[in-house]
Design a protein around this ligand. Structure first.
Ligand code: NAD
Ligand code: GLY
Length: 360
């Protein structure tokens, strides 16, 4: 079954194609390629499994390939430069198309290279992790990490198409599948209480990779993300809600060392922290905090951060992109299904919470 959604951005609107067997569907990308030069960017883990099918899919176009090292620790300007060098060496012009084949790391690197090569070329996302299919491939946030902070370097640059073949999830390790579910829970928490309750019902079914349940999760997540991005592409307002748990989570990723905690794992623990802090400042009922922790626990995701010195954790949170005039703004929950971005809490509350968190 093919599901087609759309990210509505006027002349830059684009489709999200979701379905089983899409990589084998000859011609599915042809209307977007029209024999243009294509650079496939992938990594050493994904290439042996999916590069050949993708090359077959792109058979009408001249195709070059860049195979990056695998891992969050390689989401740096160095790998962006590998892509840029390949584009220059192939003498590709502004009419080329970059195809990002892989998870969120490949998508973020390839998308950023597409944003800056010759001041911007087209790119297509072919996400192969659950996390990328439900989140990172949609919405045009591209970029890389800096030793001083997660995703500090980047650009908004929308893909021209997202092609999510759900069959690729069959080869995904269990830990990576669970990490993707962390971002799925996020959508329920910020925007759809019924979806959250459905996830509570289906947690074990999802971990068993039931195709219908996974299909529903990808569709609902992309619907919600497409709606938010269509309304607030450049995160001037509502889009910031998609960062629930991420200010805490990015600090976990940075302090643990990029790649030690998976992004989704850090988001799960970070979301539990955001929920606890919401309850502490009085916006969220403590029973909701327990529901959230329970769901992440059942999804085999962490619900607490690793040990970090609280002052260092706070300093890492201070490099978040939502900081305004030195104030750390947080996405806090009012209830399951409703969140807001706010700096409306006493700064000592956060420092106190972190101190207590790390001496448990
Ligand atoms: P990832 O890209 O590192 O992929 C996870 C692992 O799975 C890697 O080892 C990868 O090689 C492997 N893999 C990928 N597809 C596979 C498949 N089908 N079968 C077997 N192995 C496969 O991690 P991720 O969770 O996909 O993405 C995390 C990244 O996404 C983080 O850097 C995060 O910051 C970023 N992100 C970006 C956005 C955005 O809006 N741009 C949103 C959320 C997350
Ligand atoms: N993952 C957060 C966003 O795309 O805005």
């Amino acid at each position: 079954m093919l599901i087609t959604l759309s990210v509505e951005l006027g002349a830059r609107s684009y489709p999200i194609l979701i379905g089983s067997g899409l990589l084998a569907q000859r011609g599915v990308l042809d209307p977007r390629l029209r024999h243009r030069d294509v650079m496939v960017v992938t990594n050493e883990t994904v290439a042996p499994i999916y590069l050949d099918p993708v090359k077959t899919l792109l058979a009408g176009s001249p195709v070059s390939t860049v195979i990056l090292p695998d891992g969050e620790q390689h989401k740096t300007m160095a790998t962006v430069n590998l892509v840029l060098d390949a584009l220059v060496n192939a003498r590709y012009g502004r009419d080329c198309v970059i195809v990002a084949l892989g998870g969120g790391v490949v998508g973020d690197i390839a998308g950023f290279a597409a944003a800056i090569y010759q001041r911007g070329v087209d790119f297509i996302q072919v996400p192969t992790t659950l996390l990328a299919q439900v989140d990172s491939a949609v919405g045009g946030k591209t970029g890389v990490n800096h030793p001083g902070g997660k995703n500090l370097l980047g650009a908004f640059h929308q893909p021209i198409c997202v092609l999510a073949d759900t069959d690729t999830l069959r080869s995904l390790p269990d830990r990576e599948l669970a990490a993707g579910l962390a971002e799925v829970v996020k959508y329920g928490l910020i925007a759809d209480a019924d979806f959250f309750a459905w996830l509570e019902d289906q947690a074990e079914v999802l971990l068993r990779r039931d195709p219908a349940a996974l299909g529903h999760v990808i569709r609902r997540s992309c619907e919600l993300k497409a709606e938010v991005v269509g309304e607030d592409e450049h995160e001037r307002g509502r889009r910031a809600l998609l960062n629930l748990g991420h200010t805490f989570g990015h600090a976990i990723e940075l302090k643990a060392g990029y790649g030690e905690w998976l992004h989704g794992e850090a988001v799960a623990a970070g979301t539990c922290m955001a929920a606890e802090f919401s309850a502490r400042v009085g916006t969220l009922d403590p029973t909701a905090v327990e529901r959230i922790r329970q769901l992440f626990h059942r999804l085999q995701l962490p619900v607490s951060p690793p040990p970090v010195e609280p002052g260092q954790f706070l300093a890492a949170m201070g490099m978040d992109k939502k900081v305004v005039a030195g104030q750390i703004r947080l996405v806090l929950l009012d209830r399951i299904g409703s969140a807001r971005i706010t700096g409306d809490y006493a700064p000592h509350e956060l420092a106190d919470y972190l101190r207590e968190q790390f001496v448990r």
